[in-house]
Design a protein around this ligand. Structure first.
Ligand code: PLP
Length: 429
């Protein structure tokens, strides 16, 4: 595969940006090699500057549920851009998108838009602290909630990929109120609550974990979190930045039938432009300024460009059959990977939910960060590069999730599974 232009651009980029990238995992450090510089995307495909085409399962790390450059979304953005990209004053699209979200997720009565998932989670935690008057939060090892200081304790995603224990620059003070429990281990949560229950403002959790690889919650785990937070008067925050409108139209909360107090959203709601949100009951949300005293603001928050891109995306995904199709494709990919692994004697764990799927190279089911770390990252790196050569773009790290879009098809599935068979056969030799 010719990647000369990517090589040259990467060399240049590394001179002027740390690692040549603006978000760490893009640099391919988890798998080695040269990141592909992208010229354009269309539907389920990415095309790099050397004109190599790839079926894309990263989809900008989740937002592009309608694929790349969907004509309806592009047209909507273009029309709005002619009228202005940001007003710094209210516009009606904010209310339309907020109404859309509250319709789909009934646990949310009021919404505040922000520009990134990081902003959404850090604001939701601030709100939980303001509302309860308590300071501590509980997070889970391997869960990633953006890069705010208080979350960089045993975080997943790029932090897992790079093997950084935590990040230098985060003060002990910033983490003093962060308690870390084990995913899918309700006893580890109960133990923390027994000791600190009356100081815990909130539990924040990825209801389906997507940042230590793709890990499903055990039966009863999320209900256990709901029960314990209710018992102790703490806030349950579902970080659905990744799972929202992905594992199902109504997010993980609809799949597992749990009503969190606050929900964080991002990715899909901006239709590929920077938009995110946090929301919950009016009773809690009314503590946010200017109605309440919990301060939080943003220059580009709720800008009309991102709002209309989000609305256009919802218009596309709420059509009948869309989720069934994505769910079928993701399930077929996970099943196909398991079958190929079994055929070739390579241990593969693969699962899916809605339009998300993931695979680990390991013997046993992955249930938490400890078991995720047992996966064979070297084999993943070989697999990843083999798949790239075959024209399939997976996440450049074992500890990430794969996505499908409305534009993926049975044909892209067949091509992907054929590629996987070829690559895994080479690896098994
Ligand atoms: N929360 C979750 C579950 C995420 O997956 C991410 C990003 O991948 C974030 C928060 C942070 O979002 P952003 O990268 O938009 O700041």
């Amino acid at each position: 595969m010719n990647i000369q232009k990517s090589e040259a651009l990467f060399a240049e980029a590394q001179q002027i940006m740390p690692g040549g990238v603006n978000s760490p995992v893009r640099a391919f450090r988890g798998v080695g090699g040269i990141p592909r510089f992208i010229k354009y995307g269309y539907g389920p495909y990415l095309v790099d500057v050397d004109d190599n085409h790839y079926i894309d399962y990263v989809l900008s790390w989740g937002p592009l549920i309608a694929g790349h450059a969907h004509p309806y979304i592009v047209e909507t953005i273009a029309l709005q851009a002619q009228r202005g990209t940001s007003y710094g004053a209210p516009c009606e699209w904010e209310s339309h998108l907020a109404q859309q979200i509250t319709r789909v997720m009934p646990s949310i009565e009021m919404v505040r838009f922000v520009s990134s998932g990081t902003e959404a989670t850090m604001s939701a935690v601030r709100l939980a602290r303001a509302y309860t008057g308590r300071t501590k939060i509980v997070k889970f090892s391997g869960c990633y909630h953006g890069h705010a200081d208080e979350f960089l304790a045993q975080a997943g995603s790029g932090v897992a990929t790079l093997g950084l224990p935590d990040s230098p620059g985060v003060t002990p003070g910033a983490l003093a109120d962060t308690l870390v429990a084990n995913y899918n281990d309700i006893q580890s949560v109960a133990t923390l609550f027994q000791q600190f229950g009356d100081q815990i403002a909130a539990i924040i959790v990825e209801p389906v974990a997507g940042n230590m690889g793709f890990v499903l919650p055990h039966n009863g785990f999320l209900q256990g979190l709901r029960d314990i937070t209710t018992k102790y008067g703490s806030i349950l925050i579902f970080d659905e930045v990744m799972t929202g409108f992905r594992v199902a139209y109504g997010g993980a909360q609809s799949v597992y039938n749990i009503k969190p107090d606050l929900t964080c959203l991002g990715k899909v709601i901006g239709g590929g432009l920077p938009a995110a949100a946090y929301g919950g009951s009016a009773k809690i949300m009314q503590h946010v300024a200017p109605v309440g005293s919990m301060y939080q603001a943003g220059t580009l928050s709720g800008n009309p460009l991102a709002m209309v891109a989000g609305l256009a995306t919802f218009y596309l995904i709420e059509k009948p059959g869309v989720y069934e199709q994505m769910e079928m494709l993701a399930a077929q990919l996970a099943a196909g990977m398991r079958e190929i692994g079994a055929e070739l004697g390579i241990p593969v764990q693969a699962t899916s939910l809605g339009s998300m799927w993931g695979m680990f190279f390991c013997e046993n089911t992955v249930t938490d960060y400890t078991s995720a770390k047992l996966a064979d990252t070297q084999r993943y790196a070989q697999f990843f590069h083999g798949m790239l050569e075959q024209g399939v773009y997976l996440a450049p790290s074992q500890f990430e999730t794969a996505f499908v879009s409305t534009e993926h098809t049975l044909k892209t599935n067949t091509q992907t599974l054929e590629a996987a068979r070829t690559v895994l056969r080479q690896i098994s030799l």
